[in-house]
Write a protein that binds this ligand. Structure first.
Ligand SMILES: C[S@@+](CC[C@H](N)C(=O)[O-])C[C@H]1O[C@@H](n2cnc3c(N)ncnc32)[C@H](O)[C@@H]1O
Ligand SMILES: Nc1nc2[nH]cc(C(=O)O)c2c(=O)[nH]1
Ligand code: SF4
Ligand SMILES: [Mg+2]
Length: 207
């Protein structure tokens, strides 16, 4: 990272921010303001936001500006995503959001230490860079992407690492969804502690 991102989290590389409906996981269907931070070195070959990977392409933006922008929208929920948002210190951003009455949700691979104060943590672990146990301990939702059959065993491995109240989701990898969705359907019927998560925003043609 050649960007000099200050460690106090007052400036963050912002790729985009947009108001939409959470398409995935437990909060599917709820309006939320999305904050997408640039920078990720996890390297998922099927990542649907590869443009986010190079942090330097995304301007360092005051966290306070991001908070002001978030406050302009009717939903009082923000989803912080990326890129991998936990590369950065998110304490300042989330404390300012919460002080302004906004709920904080994160989408993370868990590959970096947890920072920030969260109302909802979605952990989506990756084979390419294992999640940290401190993130698994705090996850409210485990969302495993199913790209091939081996991902069911990968999902079960991570289900053992999260807490007892963590919700469990299997989500088809988008380019393989025609093939993987029927396998997930059968798996969830046989193992009902799991639920299916679809990327509903892609079916709805919204961001
Ligand atoms: C782009 S990632 C950004 C946040 C973080 N780096 C992570 O991976 O959790 C947001 C969510 O999209 C999921 N995702 C990324 N590419 C996908 C794809 N091709 N199909 C299905 N889900 C995908 C990730 O697993 C994650 O749950
Ligand atoms: N609508 C919508 N829901 C989402 N849930 C997680 C997303 C992400 O890219 O992190 C995402 C996204 O990009 N759009
Ligand atoms: S960790 Fe997230 S942002 Fe990074 S490559 Fe994987 S899916 Fe993409
Ligand atoms: Mg997305």
């Amino acid at each position: 990272m050649a960007h000099q991102v200050p460690e106090d989290g007052t400036l963050l590389p912002l790729m985009e921010e947009f108001y939409t409906i959470q398409g995935e996981g437990y909060n599917t269907g709820k309006a939320a303001y999305f904050i997408r931070l640039g920078g990720c070195d996890v390297g998922c070959h099927w990542c649907d936001v590869k443009e986010s990977w190079d942090a330097e392409l995304h301007p360092l933006t005051p966290a306070d500006t991001i908070v002001k922008n978030a406050m302009q929208h009717p939903s009082k929920a923000v989803v912080v995503t990326g890129g991998e948002p936990l590369i950065y210190n998110l304490d300042h951003l989330t404390s300012q959001l919460q002080q302004n009455g906004i709920k904080t949700f994160i989408e993370t691979s868990g590959a970096y230490p947890l920072s920030g104060s969260w109302d909802w943590i979605c952990l989506s672990p990756k084979k390419f860079k294992a999640p940290m146990q401190q993130v698994a301990d705090k996850a409210n939702e485990l969302k495993v992407i199913v790209f091939n059959k081996s991902d069911f065993a990968f999902a079960e491995h991570h289900a053992k690492l999260v807490g007892p109240n963590c919700k469990l989701y299997l989500q088809p990898e988008w380019s393989k969804h025609q093939e993987m969705t029927p396998l997930i359907v059968d798996y969830v019927m046989a193992n009902p502690q799991w639920e299916i998560s679809l990327q509903t925003h892609k079916y709805l043609n919204i961001p």
